[in-house]
Design a protein around this ligand. Structure first.
Ligand code: P6P
Length: 333
């Protein structure tokens, strides 16, 4: 039986396609791979040891920090700092960006991450995920990182991906040449290429939105939700409503099956809830690389938004191109 390709083999193979590649990005991905294994191990026993539940502290979003949030942040941060390729990070769990001292100052990359997205689901055993976004630094090499290194538009991303800690643990990422998914085999301790060259269906019949916010949605979103619920055989409606409350899980399912995820503006989140830099940009990069689409509003591509601040939020509509375009139509009316 031929062994499936491991993530490590895949990274080396991809690097060999770029003669001038230094191996720095490959080394960076190895750090992410290591941290994902460590966090996966803790998540899998979260119900057994006292690291679940709110840690009491609040993050910059004013949300209760689950202990695993902090654990995941620390593990990814230390793994990324260990090899010198990354000169700084930004994280949902860090109020400001973190400059890496010492030889990391010569690193060429910055990483932005949501170390444990959907963490409020941990205590009820629902899938959660890590989301990461990688840029080349724009400040002078050898100097401390600056705001500009982190406030780059999503179209400058070098790579992006997520780890989904679900019924199986997967790492899904892109470097701008398509999307590939790797499933973790705990018996071997390796991620294996299980979903080569992932593409998302152009259309779909799954919609993911928190309908509890319906009354506060913009009129166009309300009309779209009603459109999803109408009976129409020709367009396979009514659609199926699926909302896990964990972006990585909802996006991953829609990526594979076709579908759309919406987090519009609402009364509690007038600018949307999801963070542009370390949730929407990486997911949008993956969506587009898989043939899908991601917008903040009609005609406003997520990846073209110029960030103003580290933790800024944006309305987010992502998924199968035809479904996103239908929402844009309703919003433009
Ligand atoms: P709501 C988790 O907090 C998150 O950022 C996403 O993972 C998820 O899709 C969304 O928020 C859920 O938000 O308001 O529907 O509970």
């Amino acid at each position: 039986m031929s062994m499936t390709k491991t993530l490590g083999e895949f990274i080396v193979e991809c690097q060999s396609e770029y003669p001038d590649a230094t191996g720095a990005l490959s080394s960076l991905f190895s750090s992410i791979r290591l941290a994902a294994k460590v966090v996966n191990r803790e998540i899998n026993k979260a119900g057994l040891v006292d690291i679940t539940g709110a840690a009491g502290a609040e993050n910059v979003q004013g949300e209760q920090q689950q202990k695993l949030d902090i654990y995941a942040n620390d593990k990814f941060k230390s793994a990324l700092q260990a090899r010198g390729e990354v000169c700084g990070i930004a994280s949902e769990e860090e109020d400001k960006y973190v400059n890496f001292e010492g030889n990391s100052q010569d690193g060429d990359y910055v990483v932005l991450m949501d170390p444990l997205d959907g963490s409020s689901n941990i205590d009820v055993n629902v899938s959660v995920g890590t989301i990461f976004s990688i840029y080349r630094r724009v400040s002078a090499k050898g100097q401390p990182v600056t705001d500009e290194d982190f406030l780059q538009p999503g179209n400058k991303q070098v790579a992006a991906g997520y780890v989904i800690y679900g019924s199986s643990t997967m790492l899904v990422y892109t470097t701008g040449n398509g999307v590939n998914g790797f499933t973790y085999d705990p018996s071997l301790g390796v991620f294996c290429l299980s979903h080569p060259n992932m593409t998302t269906p152009e259309d779909g019949n799954i919609y993911s939105v928190n309908e509890g916010n319906y009354v506060h949605f913009p009129e166009g979103v309300k009309k779209y939700i009603k459109y999803c619920q109408e009976e129409d055989v020709a367009t396979h409606r009514p659609y199926t409503s699926r909302y896990i409350g964990s972006l990585v899980s909802d996006f991953h399912r829609n990526l594979i099956k076709g579908g759309i995820y919406l987090y519009p503006t609402s009364s509690s989140h007038p600018n949307g809830k999801l963070r542009l830099l370390y949730e929407c940009n990486p997911i949008a990069f993956l969506a587009e690389q898989a043939g899908g689409k991601a917008v903040a509003s009609p005609g406003q591509r997520i990846l073209d938004l110029k960030p103003g601040e580290l933790h800024e939020r944006t309305p987010f509509i992502v998924g199968s191109t035809k479904m996103v375009e239908k929402v844009e139509e309703f919003l433009a009316d």
